[in-house]
Design a protein around this ligand. Structure first.
Ligand code: GDP
Ligand code: MG
Length: 404
């Protein structure tokens, strides 16, 4: 039964089921059982797990070439190993179809067949396109609407986790979007390109700020040029635009701060980390007595955050101002998707790396922190200093247990 009114002739026809078999599966007009679900509004397929598990939207935003795509790939690759082995939390694809593009980028960085050959960075992950396979196209009300396809993951406590008996309340399906940086520029989110609406649903926002794109941030060994792939330009405007969109879609007033944590990720730290005091930034973990699973060392994270903020006040004070106007709950992290083994290819003069020597630094820490803040109990926070309060989930806020 091919041909759908909104998705075109090659897609299976969507229908409102009225007949079911004994297994509870919908029966289509030709008498076949149907096991897939679709949204009644846009007709796009919805993995069953996303309906059954409380969703957690996390938005990653940043200027073009700030490092979002490299960051996301090294993040998910790192979490697949770190979450189960160190934190006793499973981290799995909710739907391999949705995660195809991100999985391909992970493979290009970490399972590259030519892993020991010097490869230019631009050849590892291409610039995120503004059209094409990352988007789902829907015909709606006579218009063609392009939706960005998210990557979907499931996190859940495993045996050995202190809250393994609370699996139900601590399981989440995480939706991550890899937008093109251009989507965050003014005028780029429209009713036919609703590409950043996830911002309004996001429980914690990751803003990637690339210091090497700022001419004031003289990176001594690069002669003051942006890191490979980067360009000079203002980046805090992205944050101001995101704030305006969130206010518009959540009915906040123009002067209201956004009531969610803003994580400012200073990217490509392999090129500049020597400028700040950030000892231990890659693994700020602490054990409480008798618990083999570590928690996050809140004090160490805040110490690194303060030294990054001090550095930024010196070289890009308007970024600090924009971030702290955006949210009252701002924290800064250094991240490098690649690690420090970058080389200049003598043949081409391009910044390159041997994929086997890629060693992400600090990439998981912001995500662990976001999980600790938004799913209290999944990852614990330890330390003496006063800390920002946990963010209750949408369901906990309204006192409801059921979800849309
Ligand atoms: N030195 C360094 N360069 C990076 C790193 N991550 C990304 N880059 C460079 O920045 C460019 C843009 O990164 P990308 O993730 O595509 O940016 P996006 O437009 O924000 O998705 C890449 O082509 C790389 O050359 C990193 O961790 N270190
Ligand atoms: Mg990209």
């Amino acid at each position: 039964m091919l041909g759908d009114s909104k998705l075109g002739p090659e897609q299976a026809r969507r229908f409102l089921p009225s007949r079911f078999n004994v297994a509870g599966e919908a029966i289509d007009a030709s008498g076949q059982a149907c096991r897939s679900l679709a949204c009644p509004f846009c007709h796009l397929a919805i993995p069953r797990s996303v309906l059954e598990i409380e969703p957690l939207f996390l938005s990653v935003l940043g200027a073009p070439a700030s490092g979002k795509s490299f960051y996301l790939s090294s993040l998910t690759w790192t979490l697949r190993n770190l979450l189960p082995h160190t934190f006793r939390v499973s981290f799995t694809d909710a739907d391999p179809g949705y995660n195809r593009a991100l999985n391909a980028s992970e493979e290009s960085l970490f399972l590259n067949a030519q892993g020991d050959q010097l490869t230019p960075l631009g050849g590892l992950i291409r610039k995120t396109e503004l059209q094409g396979e990352l988007y789902s196209t829907v015909l709606s009300g006579g218009h063609v609407v392009n939706y960005v396809r998210p990557s979907l993951f499931i996190v859940r406590p495993q045996a050995g986790h202190r809250m393994a008996h609370e699996t139900g309340s601590l399981t989440r399906s995480i939706a991550l979007y890899d937008n093109a940086g251009e989507h965050f520029e003014p005028g780029q989110d429209t009713s036919t390109q609703p590409v950043t609406r996830h911002l309004a649903h996001s429980r914690a926002l990751f803003f990637l700020y690339d210091p090497t794109q700022d001419p004031r941030f003289r990176v001594a060994e690069k002669g003051g040029r942006p890191a490979a792939g980067g360009r000079f330009g203002r980046q805090e405007t992205i944050l101001n635009e995101a704030a305006a969109r969130i206010r518009k879609h959540t009915q906040l007033r123009p002067t209201d701060q956004i009531d969610r944590p803003l994580l400012v990720l200073l990217s490509k730290c392999d090129t500049w980390l020597h400028r700040v005091r950030a000892a231990g930034f890659d693994a700020p973990y602490l054990h409480s007595p008798g618990d083999p699973v570590p928690g996050l060392d809140q004090d160490a994270i805040l110490r690194v955050s303060e030294s990054l903020r001090t550095m930024l006040l010196d070289v890009g004070p308007e970024v600090v101002a924009a971030a702290e106007e955006f949210s009252s709950d701002v924290i800064y992290f250094p991240v490098s998707a690649l690690g420090s083994k970058l080389e200049t290819d003598p043949k081409t003069g391009l910044t390159s790396i041997r994929p086997t020597s890629i060693e992400p630094q600090g990439v998981a820490v912001p995500m662990l922190y976001a999980l600790a803040r938004t799913v209290p109990g999944l990852v614990s926070r330890l330390g003496r200093r006063p800390r920002p309060a946990d963010q209750p989930s949408a369901g906990q806020r309204s006192g409801a247990t059921a979800r849309a």
